[in-house]
Design a protein around this ligand. Structure first.
Ligand SMILES: C[S@@+](CC[C@H](N)C(=O)[O-])C[C@H]1O[C@@H](n2cnc3c(N)ncnc32)[C@H](O)[C@@H]1O
Length: 274
C-alpha cells in the first residue's frame, strides 16, 4: 500500500496554514499550545540538540509512545514491526551488529534486540528521558539477557564507537527532526563505523518543492540534497523505492561507503584477489 504523501506543499506558507486551519479547526488549539511551548524552549535552548532534548523531555513526560510519534499502543507496535520486517527482508542476520541512531523507547529496538545475538544492538539517543523509557521496554519485554547497549549522546560524531564495526546503521524518523548540520555531522562520521559491506538506512520527510521546517521540529528535504550531501562525504546514497509501498509517511535512503559499493558491484580488485 503506497502512502499519499504531499510532496509539493510548503507548510510554512500562509496559504497552507489558512487552508489547514479551515479543514482541521479542531487541531488549532493543540497546534497553538505546541507552537507556544516550542518558542519558549527554543528561546531557552539555542542549539538544536538541547532544544530537541527539551522537546523530548516535555513529550515523554506526557506519553513516551506518543513522544516517538505513535498516538496509540497499536500504532507503536505496528511502526516497530514495519521497521523490523523491512530490515529482515533486506537480509538482516542474527549475527549482524546494529547501531540504532535515535533509538527512542525501542519501538523497533526491542524487536531487533530480541532477534540479534546478545550485545549486538547499540542504541543511542540525545534524550535521557526517552532512554529511561527504553530501559523500561527492555525490562517489560524480558530482554535483559540480550545485553543491549543504550547510550546517551549529544552529537553524531560517533567518536566513542569502534572503526568498521556495524553491519547496519539505522535512523528511523530522526532526520525528519534534524537540521541539515546534524545530518552533515552524521554523514561525516558514519562511514568510519560501518563494516566494509555495511549500510546505513535512514528515513526523512521528503519534499519535491521548497525545503522547509515547522517549529524546528519537522524538517522537509529534497532527495537530491541528501544524496549530494552524502557524496561530499564519500558515501553513496540510494533512494529506496520499495519502502514507498509500505504505507509510511516518510521516505528512506540507504547509504554505503562509495568504495565498498564499488567493490560490491564490480567484485574484488585484482590486488585483493590473492
Ligand atoms: C520520532 S523518534 C523515533 C524513535 C525510534 N527511531 C523509533 O522509530 O521508534 C526520534 C528519536 O530521535 C532522537 N533524536 C533526535 N535527534 C537526534 C540526534 N541528533 N541524535 C540522536 N538521537 C536523536 C529523539 O530523541 C527521539 O528519541
Amino acid at each position: 500500500m503506497a502512502t499519499r504523501k504531499n510532496l509539493v506543499v510548503d507548510r510554512t506558507s500562509l496559504a497552507h496554514k489558512v487552508r489547514y486551519a479551515l479543514v482541521h479547526p479542531q487541531r488549532i488549539p493543540r497546534y497553538a499550545r505546541r507552537a507556544a511551548r516550542d518558542r519558549w524552549l527554543a528561546f531557552k535552548h539555542r542549539d538544536h540538540v538541547s532544544y530537541y532534548r527539551a522537546v523530548m523531555a516535555s513529550d515523554t513526560r506526557r506519553n513516551p509512545e506518543a513522544a516517538v510519534g505513535s498516538d496509540t499502543h497499536e500504532r507503536w507496535l505496528a511502526l516497530g514491526e514495519l521497521q523490523f520486517t523491512y530490515l529482515k527482508q533486506h537480509g538482516l542476520s542474527q549475527r549482524a551488529r546494529m547501531l540504532d541512531i535515535g533509538c527512542g523507547n525501542l519501538r523497533a529496538g526491542w524487536r531487533f534486540i530480541e532477534y540479534l545475538d546478545p550485545g549486538h544492538y547499540y542504541g543511542i539517543d540525545i534524550s535521557p528521558d526517552i532512554l529511561i523509557s527504553a530501559k523500561r521496554t527492555v525490562a517489560a519485554r524480558g530482554l535483559q539477557s540480550k545485553l543491549p547497549h543504550l547510550t546517551l549522546t549529544k552529537d553524531l560524531t560517533l567518536d566513542f564507537l569502534p572503526d568498521a564495526h556495524f553491519d547496519v546503521v539505522h535512523a528511523h524518523s530522526v532526520f525528519s527532526h534534524s537540521p541539515i548540520e546534524v545530518i552533515d555531522e552524521c554523514f561525516a562520521h558514519v562511514g568510519r563505523v560501518l563494516a566494509p559491506h555495511g549500510f546505513f538506512d535512514f528515513t526523512f520527510d521528503r519534499t519535491t518543492g521548497v525545503e522547509h521546517q515547522v517549529l524546528r521540529e519537522d524538517f522537509y528535504y529534497r532527495t537530491e540534497t541528501l544524496v549530494a550531501l552524502a557524496a561530499r562525504h564519500g558515501l553513496l546514497a540510494r533512494f529506496m523505492e520499495d519502502w514507498e509501498t509500505r504505507g509510511h509517511g516518510q521516505s528512506k535512503i540507504r547509504v554505503t561507503a562509495a568504495e565498498s559499493a564499488r567493490r560490491f558491484l564490480t567484485g574484488p580488485s585484482p590486488a585483493s584477489r590473492s
